[in-house]
Design a binder for this molecule. Structure first.
Ligand code: ZN
Length: 294
């Protein structure tokens, strides 16, 4: 009979938890998107930049699910991924070109560029509230994703997911480094990161709300010499790319706010137009000229 002593049992339990921790770091619970922190700070900064009518409308839609905020819904799309919607979170470019070509890079609209365009159109439309809330959940998330450089990288290494390296004393993949590692290495809480992003000047690039251009910018960062580090991620890499990461987060937030402001203004403009039209248009009742003479 084989008896495991108490001491051995606790040693085994310790190794088991260490192994589980290592596995979770390797597989990366968030290997597919900015970690929660990235999405949350983008949403927090965007919220500060909403116009009063947009903020009011976003609040009205969020109230359909009491307790939700723009920040709390920012990770919903990752928590509700399916094989059909998984492709909405990224776009792949060939290594030879960062020029977006829909037929090549987004067949059948199955990529983040088309998904943003589609969800923005729903939010800007007269669709019912439940549909527009869902579109808001996708937009707040996907506009973040398209600004993560490796969400517009290469198919052959699955956006850096297959590029293994050592970073901060752990085995990681490059995608996870960009999703959460670099941000976490700043060692600041969400509020502190958000206030730093808010203090950054809004660059003119932020006025470009074309999702294909956002993806192309991300791809060009990935294509830079030195973006793929050696087997060890060194301090020089973090020093060079942390400002790039901060710029991507700030751009994502500014563009998300501008997109929400515009989509909501468009939706309300259409609503006003149809209200005015229904007021000023008398009901069309065909009049038979012969009736009048009776
Ligand atoms: Zn995602």
């Amino acid at each position: 009979m084989f008896l495991i002593s108490g001491a051995l049992r606790s040693t085994l339990a310790w190794w088991r938890s260490l192994l589980l921790l290592a596995l979770s770091l390797l597989t990366g619970a968030n290997a597919w998107s900015w970690g929660a922190q990235g999405h949350e700070v983008i949403a927090a900064v965007a919220w500060q930049r909403l116009t009063p009518p947009a903020r009011q409308e976003v609040s009205r839609l969020l109230a359909l699910e009491p307790g939700q905020t723009l920040v709390s819904i920012s990770t919903w799309a990752d928590e509700h991924r399916s094989p059909a919607t998984g492709v909405w979170h990224y776009v792949n470019f060939p290594r030879s070109s960062c020029n977006y070509t829909a037929a090549r890079d987004c067949p059948d609209g199955r990529c983040v560029v088309a998904a943003i365009t589609h969800q923005r159109a729903i939010l800007a439309s007269q669709a019912d509230d439940a549909q527009r809330l869902k579109a808001l959940k996708y937009l707040v998330h996907l506009v973040g994703d398209v600004h993560q450089p490796l969400h517009a990288g290469y198919q052959d290494d699955r956006g850096g997911n297959r590029f293994q390296l050592q970073a901060w004393m752990h085995a990681r993949n490059l995608h996870a480094v960009w999703d959460s590692g670099l941000l976490r290495s700043m060692d600041l809480d969400n509020d502190a990161i958000a206030s730093r992003l808010e203090a950054m000047p809004v660059v003119s690039q932020a006025l470009d709300l074309e999702p294909a251009h956002m993806a192309e910018e991300s791809c060009r960062i990935v294509a830079q010499t030195g973006f793929y580090p050696g087997a060890d991620l060194n301090a020089a890499y973090a020093q060079r790319f942390t400002p790039v990461l901060r710029q991507r987060l700030a751009l994502a937030a500014a563009r998300l706010a501008a997109m929400l402001n515009a989509a909501i203004a468009q939706s309300q403009g259409e609503q006003n137009r149809s209200a005015i039209a229904s007021l000023s248009m008398p009901p069309l009742i065909p009049v038979n000229p012969l009736d009048r003479e009776k």
